[in-house]
Design a protein around this ligand. Structure first.
Ligand SMILES: *Cc1c(COP(=O)(O)O)cnc(C)c1O
Length: 416
C-alpha cells in the first residue's frame, strides 16, 4: 500500500511563526538546484550577503545565514565568542531569554541573569546599572520577545556596552523585517534574525551579521587554535574546549562565505533561493513601508480585539507590533477556542509558554500573513467562536472597528 501524495490544507496562519510564505518565495524554492561553487550560485550567495546588510541596517562586512532554525544563529554567534568561564549577562523577560542562558551555559559561560515579570521589559537604566556591576564580556538579549509580545529598547544598552567595551549580542529573530532594527546605530556587535517570522520565508535558516569587534575575537581564537599565537597553554586549552562545535564555527563559515569558498557544509540550495527572494521582497517593499504596514494591521487588530470587549495582555508602551497578546476570558478553555478556529475556520493562533500558558492567546501579524484579509478573518472567526463558547462579547463591533481603522489610517498611510 502506498502513501497519498501531500495534500496540505490551506491555513490562515496568525501565529508568531512559522507564518504564511509569499507564493513568490515558494516558487523560488522550486527552481533547479545549482552546485555550491557554480558561479550562478555564488552570485546568489553574495547578493544574499548584500541584502542582509540592508535589512539589518548595517555596514558590517559579515552578513550571511546559518543553516538551521533561528536558534542555530544564536548558537553560532555565542559559541564562537564564548570561552569557558567567560561572564555573560542575560536579562530575561520571556521564554527566549531562557534559551540564550541555556546556550551560553552549554558553552561554559558563567551566566548572570536578571528577570522582570513577563509582559514587561527592562528600564534601560536598570540594565546599565547591572552591566556596570557585573562587568561581563558579553551581553545577550532578546529584542522582540515573542512569548510575551514585548520589545526591549536597545539603543541605551548598546551605547553603554560600547563604552564599557562589552560585546552586545541580540536575538532579533521575531523583529527583523517587521519593525525597526538598527544594528549599527544601536551599536549591536552581533545579531540574529529569523526567517519564518517577519521575513515570511520557511523555517530553516538564521540570517546573522557581526562587526569587526566580533571578527577580531574569532580570528584571534583561530590563531590560538592553530598554535600560531603565543598565548599561555592554559588559555589555548580553554579555547579548544569552547570551539567544540564544527557546524557553528564562524571562522570556518567566514572562509566559506568569502571569495576563498573553503568548503564547510553543503549550502542549503533551495533555502538560499527562498531567503534571496524573501529579502528581495522586503527591500522591494521598502523597510519603512514594511514597518508601517505591520503597524497598520496591528492597529486594526487591536481596535477589533478591544471593540469585542477583550483585554490585551502586557505593558502597552512596549508592545511588539507583530505580536498581539490577548487575555483569555475567565472560565474559557483557551485550547478549545484555538481548536475550533483551526477546525472550522482553518485559522491558527498561538497559545503561550510557561507562566502564560492557558492565560493568553497570541496573534501574529508577521510578513506575508500580515494582511487585511487575514486580520478581518481572524477577528470575525474569533468573535463567532467566543460566542459559541458563551463569552459575552460585544457582537458585531470588532470587524467594524477594524474596518474603521483601515478606512481612515489605510488611506492616510497610503498602504491600502
Ligand atoms: C522563534 C524565536 C526563536 C527560535 O526560533 P527557532 O527557529 O524555533 O529556532 C528564538 N528567538 C525568538 C525571539 C523567537 O521568536
Amino acid at each position: 500500500m502506498g502513501y497519498e501524495p501531500l495534500n496540505t490544507p490551506h491555513r490562515t496562519i496568525m501565529t508568531p511563526g512559522p507564518v504564511e510564505v509569499d507564493p513568490r518565495v515558494l516558487r523560488a524554492m522550486s527552481t533547479p538546484i545549482l552546485g555550491q561553487f557554480d558561479p550562478a550560485f555564488t552570485k546568489l550567495m553574495n547578493e544574499v550577503m548584500a541584502m542582509q546588510r540592508a535589512v539589518f541596517q548595517t555596514n558590517n562586512h559579515w552578513a550571511f545565514p546559518i543553516d538551521g532554525t533561528s536558534r542555530a544563529g544564536n548558537e553560532a554567534l555565542l559559541a564562537s565568542i564564548i570561552e569557558p568561564g567567560d561572564k555573560v549577562f542575560v536579562p530575561i523577560y520571556g521564554r527566549f531569554g531562557h534559551l540564550l542562558v541555556e546556550i551560553c551555559e552549554r558553552y561554559g559561560a558563567e551566566v548572570h541573569t536578571i528577570q522582570c515579570p513577563w509582559g514587561e521589559v527592562f528600564d534601560p537604566q536598570v540594565l546599565i546599572e547591572e552591566l556596570t556591576k557585573v562587568s561581563p564580556k558579553i551581553v545577550a538579549i532578546v529584542h522582540g520577545e515573542t512569548s510575551t509580545g514585548r520589545m526591549q529598547p536597545l539603543a541605551e544598552i548598546g551605547k553603554a556596552c560600547r563604552e564599557q567595551d562589552v560585546l552586545l549580542v541580540v536575538d532579533a529573530v521575531a523583529s527583523i523585517g517587521g519593525v525597526e532594527v538598527k544594528t549599527d546605530e544601536w551599536q549591536i556587535d552581533g545579531i540574529i534574525g529569523g526567517t519564518q517570522k517577519c521575513l515570511s520565508v520557511p523555517s530553516g535558516m538564521a540570517p546573522i551579521t557581526f562587526n569587526e569587534r566580533i571578527e577580531k575575537l574569532i580570528l584571534e581564537r583561530k590563531k590560538v587554535e592553530a598554535g600560531i599565537a603565543t598565548e599561555a597553554d592554559q588559555r589555548y586549552k580553554r579555547s579548544r574546549l569552547a570551539i567544540a562545535s564544527n557546524y557553528f564555527d564562524l571562522s570556518m563559515l567566514m572562509d566559506y562565505w568569502s571569495p576563498r569558498r573553503l568548503n564547510h557544509h553543503t549550502e542549503a540550495t533551495s533555502m538560499i533561493y527562498a531567503l534571496h527572494e524573501g529579502l528581495r521582497l522586503v527591500l522591494g517593499e521598502g523597510l519603512d513601508n514594511r514597518f508601517a504596514r505591520h503597524k497598520l494591521h496591528e492597529k486594526a487588530l487591536v481596535a477589533g480585539i478591544e471593540a469585542m470587549g477583550l483585554s490585551l495582555f502586557g505593558d502597552a508602551r512596549h508592545k511588539l507590533p507583530c505580536v498581539t497578546c490577548i487575555e483569555i476570558p475567565g472560565g474559557v478553555d483557551g485550547e478549545s477556542v484555538r481548536n475550533m478556529l483551526l477546525e472550522d475556520f482553518s485559522i491558527e493562533i498561538a497559545p503561550s509558554f510557561g507562566p502564560l500558558h492557558g492565560k493568553i492567546w497570541r496573534i501574529g501579524t508577521m510578513g506575508y500573513s500580515c494582511r487585511k484579509e487575514n486580520v478581518l478573518a481572524v477577528l470575525g472567526a474569533l468573535e463567532a467562536v467566543l460566542i459559541r463558547h458563551t463569552v459575552a462579547v460585544n457582537r458585531g463591533e470588532a470587524l467594524q472597528a477594524a474596518l474603521d481603522v483601515y478606512a481612515t489610517e489605510g488611506k492616510k498611510t497610503g498602504i491600502l
